[in-house]
Design a protein around this ligand. Structure first.
Ligand code: MN3
Length: 196
């Protein structure tokens, strides 16, 4: 079974003005689709064809001859996860158990947001900012390029894509403004909590 590009979990206009339909037309319609198409081509007729996406990511991460498979499979997973991390009228502070965990781990939402912004904005070049569960500990991390926390045994809770293709049409070079808008208006905290 070939992998398919999953539809966005909302209309492509639903996150405007913070994330535009034009950006989605490229980011979901072209970039994410290309990762899916490339992955299908790379695994066609190989042992990996029968594996799940997560299995393919973990197997290819440990095999230096499968860099292309890793990059495309991880990017398929990261993007699907990223779309789900956003929702219309999202952002602001988390509630309930997740809020308590963030308070305990970071000393409050504001300190978490500061760390998350620093990790996402400070990632040199292309990559991702994350909130992860590492064992029982909540951590903010960033990964370069296609890298994804699951290969380090960490559980992804939240991510923001900071490749330029993620924000350039809406924010040009202003990555800090994009990450701020993501935190203030877009984060789907219910989805984040569901990953715990
Ligand atoms: Mn992207």
């Amino acid at each position: 079974m070939a992998f398919e590009l999953p539809p966005l979990p909302y209309a492509d206009t639903a996150l405007e003005p913070h994330y535009s339909a034009k950006t989605f037309s490229f980011h979901h319609g072209k970039h994410h689709k290309a990762y899916v198409d490339n992955l299908n081509k790379l695994i066609a007729g190989t042992d990996l064809e029968s594996k799940t996406l997560e299995e393919i990511i973990k197997l290819s991460a440990e095999d230096s001859s499968k860099v292309g498979v890793f990059n495309n499979s991880a990017q398929v997973w990261n993007h699907t996860f990223f779309w789900n991390c956003m929702k219309p009228n999202g952002g602001g502070r988390p509630q309930g158990e997740l809020a308590k965990l963030i308070d305990a781990a970071f000393g409050g939402y504001d300190k978490f947001a500061e760390q998350f912004k620093a990790a996402a904005v400070g990632r040199f070049g292309s990559g991702w900012g994350w909130l992860v569960l590492d064992g029982k500990e909540l951590k903010v991390v960033s990964t370069p390029n296609a890298e994804t926390p699951m290969t380090k045994g960490q559980k992804a809770l939240l991510t923001v894509d900071v490749w330029e293709h993620a924000y350039y049409l809406d924010y040009q070079n202003r990555r800090p403004d994009f990450v701020q808008a993501f935190l203030d208006h877009l984060v789907n905290w219910e989805f984040v909590a569901s990953n715990l």
